[in-house]
Write a protein that binds this ligand. Structure first.
Ligand SMILES: [Zn+2]
Length: 247
């Protein structure tokens, strides 16, 4: 009934997997952040029935995007477990280092743009949708999605934290918004308004963690905002995700 549109599921995740299945999660997308973790994502997806993999290089490591790595991602995407291109996008705010320390260091914006556009190109080569990380300024990310004309492959903004106007433009472009745990953690009136005003048909759920069972709490919060049940939200978000993925 529930679905996880974006997480980083790890190997040896038996406990988290069982917890998710028990909670009613039926589809989990795990994303790579660089080539090595994409290899791991594909491997993990082959071990766990409801887990599917995404290939991509995160904007935090956009300087690793190259012709060679583009080819490596394309080869990995040949695996039947791969159903989307992620985690790609723009981040002008900061990043996590590979030692998993928070840093205010930002990869050159032009390098990020090139990696982002290049990997949208990869998604088009593969005929797969993109799930994007959006911490750019203003509406630049939507501008790029529009310029790159992603309508044919489909797109979603993962970890959506923007306002109702932004969501409205996304939906108009055929771009889904994926709601994560930030709605549980901090008060964000703009985001609550965006959720209230966005038709349920354009909403996905995620945790961006290693514990997909958490999507139930996200669905519950969305349900509270929209005056629905968590089951209604879970079913709709899963239907929406499957439609985006074409499965
Ligand atoms: Zn992520």
């Amino acid at each position: 009934m529930y679905s996880e549109s974006h997480c980083h599921f790890r190997a040896a995740g038996d406990e988290a997997y069982e917890k998710a299945v028990k909670a009613g999660v039926e589809l989990v997308l795990t994303a790579g952040i660089d080539v090595a973790s994409t290899v791991e994502a594909v491997d993990v997806a082959s071990q766990y029935g409801i887990v599917k993999a995404c290939v991509g290089i995160h904007p935090w490591y956009a300087d690793e995007y190259s012709e060679e790595n583009h080819k490596k991602l394309r080869v990995l995407a040949d695996n039947e477990e791969v159903i989307a291109v992620s985690e790609i996008g723009l981040d002008y705010v900061g990043r996590m280092t590979k030692q998993w320390e928070r840093s205010s260091e930002v990869i050159d914006h032009d390098v990020q743009r090139a990696a982002f556009r290049g990997q949208i190109g990869l998604a088009k080569e593969l005929g797969l949708p993109v799930l994007v990380h959006d911490r750019a300024h203003g509406q630049e990310l939507l501008d790029i999605l529009e310029e790159e004309d992603v309508k044919g492959i489909g797109a979603a903004i993962h970890g959506f934290t923007k306002d109702a106007d932004y969501a409205k433009r996304a939906v108009k472009m055929g771009v889904y918004i994926s709601i994560g745990r930030s709605i549980l953690r901090e008060e964000n009136k703009d985001l609550e308004e965006a959720i209230a005003e966005t038709p349920l048909d354009w909403i996905l759920t995620e945790t961006d963690s290693g514990d997909p069972s958490g999507v139930v709490l996200v669905a519950e919060k969305i349900a509270e905002i929209k005056g629905l049940t968590k089951e209604e939200v879970g079913l709709a978000a899963t239907r929406n995700l499957k439609k985006l993925l074409g499965i």
